[in-house]
Structure formats: C-alpha cells, structure tokens
Design a protein around this ligand. Structure first.
Ligand code: F6P
Length: 360
C-alpha cells in the first residue's frame, strides 16, 4: 500500500543527519515505493505549519558527506511548551501538541520519522501516546542515549577532538606548556574519555567523577620531574570539582536554555597556580558538531535511517532504532530517553587509569 512519510530532525545538529535523510528516502522509495517529505526546523516546523519539502532520490544524492541537516533543526521549543509572549513582555508556555497532531493529518502523513536526542524522543513519545505514528532515530554527538551502544555524530566529534589534541600536543611540546582542552558532552564524559585516551591526555575530567585539582597538579609535577615538560588535560564541559557546581557560560533566558561551558578556563587557572609552567586553554565548542561525518558515522546513520523505514513498515510506533552489539534493534522511546553515563568503576576508566591517566 502506498504511504506518505515525513521526516524531521530535532535538537542540536550532528554529523550524519543528512545521511539518515538520504537512507530514509532511498529505502522508502526502493523497498516500498513510498513518498517522503521533509519537515523543516524540527517539531517547530510541524506545528507552525512551515511548508514541507518533497524528498526524492535526486534531492538526497549529495547528502551522504554533508554535515548539519538540510531540513534545519530547532534546539528548543516543544509542542507541549510553546513560548508565547504576553503584552506585558512575560513569557507563558502553551501546550499546542494537538496542532502538531492535526498537521500530520492535514499533510496526509501515514508516519513520521524523527531523528534526535533525548529531548526529541521525549516529545515524540508523548505524541505517540496521543495517537501519532512516529518512529525514532538516535542522534547526538554526546553518545548519552541509553539502550543504544552508540549514536551517530559521536565518532565525528571524537575524531575532531582527538585531532585537536594532536595539534595542541605539538605546541605543548615546543613551549613546555600544559594545554587544557574543553570538550562538549553535557552531563556525560564520553567525548572527553574517548578523545582523551585516543589523544594521549595525562588527565581527563568528566562529570561522572568529581575532581580534586590537587590530583591533576601532582600528576603534572610527576611528569615534569620525570623530564617531560608538557602535558595535556581534557575537561568535559559538564565536569565539576568535588562539592563544586557545573559552570554555564550562557545563563537560562527566554531565548535559550543554560549552556554548559567555562570549566576549562577555571581548571586552567587552578593549574597555572600549582604547576609552575605556562598553561593555555582551548574551548573546542561547536567545531565538534560540524563538518563532514566520518565513514563510521555515515555507515551508522545510513543503517539507522534505513532500519527506521522498516520499523514504519512494521508499524512500530513509539520505537527507536538502536545498535546493540552488532545487531540493529528497536527499543521503546521511553527506554531511549534514559541517559547513559560513563561508569566510574567500569572497564574503560580502569584501562585509562592503568595507562597512568588521572581523573582528578
Ligand atoms: O547535545 C549536543 C550538544 O552539542 C552538547 O554537547 C552541548 O552541551 C549542547 O549540545 C550545546 O547546545 P547549543 O548548540 O544549543 O549551544
């Protein structure tokens, strides 16, 4: 039976989103003869009634290697809490979820595929409970979505972060400096841990292990006494000292949620006081989210996008595709929104400690 399916990309962008769009269009067309339309600007575009974009083989031909998302994405805004500015300037939040549901009907959508992180999956899950036919695709550079071993975007992010450490290493060596690199990851330390190990860091500070700066200072002094006069420290944006609080460089406002960042400079200043060497800080920021996806992320995004179409065929509403081991599987969005953190007692941290890396 012929179907019309929609696709939207929600939350922050991630390398591989365009590869998902391409895989959805190709699989839907080749395997089922279905039509695909793209919804612009995530859920915002759905309930605001933005025009939809017909997606065919020729429109997705160039998408595999392209970063970002050609459909656009909104990193805030939910049909369950749509901000309305009152005449007195105050903001109130309205539930306009019924408009999102009605729009899907008006557009004649038999199903919707949403690619996003935990925020997007929670919205999708609520819409499914209202009767919407939605399946999900996990996306985030943070790799913090539960029940899937990995999300696409993560590999590209750690590739960029590792490459940055390699570049910082050369200046560290030339100038006998301590180089601090702050990376993204929100409340999970996956990017910091993987890039830190791959880039030969001496200390890695992650949100899951509150740090004591003295431990990092001692490590650097030890390295200096052993005759090496440069070192690398990776700090996850969500890291905090024991008993300390996370740092935010953008405070909560009507325009934006609070955004983590700033801990790299704090760590840099603390180290400058105790190690007797020059310290420099680099904040990698959105560079980690940009650019062309790695081959691994293209492969994963393609697998996820293609499998999502098969989930639609099986009418698995409220499910998200996931990778478990080497198997593509489907899990409920309810499970998907559970976060995945680095286990401080786990094998990966143990291995890093065995290498001499300190976590504060
Ligand atoms: O979730 C992905 C992510 O890049 C986080 O690592 C980071 O904290 C956040 O998004 C930044 O969001 P924004 O693009 O809104 O600044």
């Amino acid at each position: 039976m012929s179907k019309r399916i929609g696709i939207l990309t929600g939350g922050g962008d991630a390398p591989g989103l365009n590869a998902v769009i391409r895989a959805v269009v190709l699989t839907a067309g080749n395997c089922y003869g279905w039509e695909v339309v793209g919804i612009l600007q995530g859920f915002d575009g759905l309930y605001h009634g933005l025009p939809v974009v017909p997606l065919i083989e020729t429109s997705v031909r160039e998408l595999l290697a392209r970063g970002g998302t050609v459909l656009g994405a909104a990193n805030r805004g939910s049909p369950f809490a749509h901000p309305i500015q009152r005449p007195d300037g105050t903001i109130e939040y309205e539930d306009v979820s019924h408009e999102a549901i009605n729009r899907m009907t008006d557009l004649g959508l038999d199903a919707l595929i949403v690619a996003g992180g935990d925020g997007t999956m929670s919205i999708a899950h609520k819409l499914v409970r209202m009767g919407a036919r939605i399946v999900g695709v996990p996306k985030t550079i943070d790799n913090d979505l539960g029940s899937t071993d990995v999300t696409f975007g993560f590999d590209t992010a750690i590739h960029t972060a590792t490459e940055s450490l390699d570049k910082l290493q050369t200046t560290a060596e030339s100038h006998h400096r301590v180089m601090v690199l702050e990376v993204m990851g929100r409340d999970s330390g996956w990017i910091a841990l993987h890039a830190g190990v791959a880039g030969g860091a001496d200390a890695i500070l992650i949100p899951e292990i509150p740090f004591n700066i003295d431990v990092v200072c001692n490590k650097i002094r030890q390295i200096q006494s052993a005759g090496r006069h440069h070192s690398l420290v990776v700090v996850s944006e969500g890291a905090a000292s024991i008993g300390g609080k996370q740092e935010f460089y953008i405070k909560e406002s009507s325009q934006s949620g609070a955004r983590l960042g700033g801990i790299g400079h704090i760590v840099g200043n603390l180290l400058a006081e105790c190690v007797g060497a020059e310290v420099r800080v680099t904040v990698l920021g959105h560079v980690q989210r940009g650019g062309s996806p790695t081959p691994h992320d293209r492969w994963l995004a393609t697998q996820f996008g293609s499998e999502a179409v098969h989930l639609v065929a099986q009418e698995k509403w409220g499910y998200m595709v996931a990778l478990q081991g080497t198997e593509m599987t489907a899990i409920t969005m309810e499970d998907a929104v559970k976060m995945k953190f680095v286990d401080p007692q786990g094998q990966a941290i143990r291995m890093a400690r065995d290498l001499g890396i300190v976590f504060g």
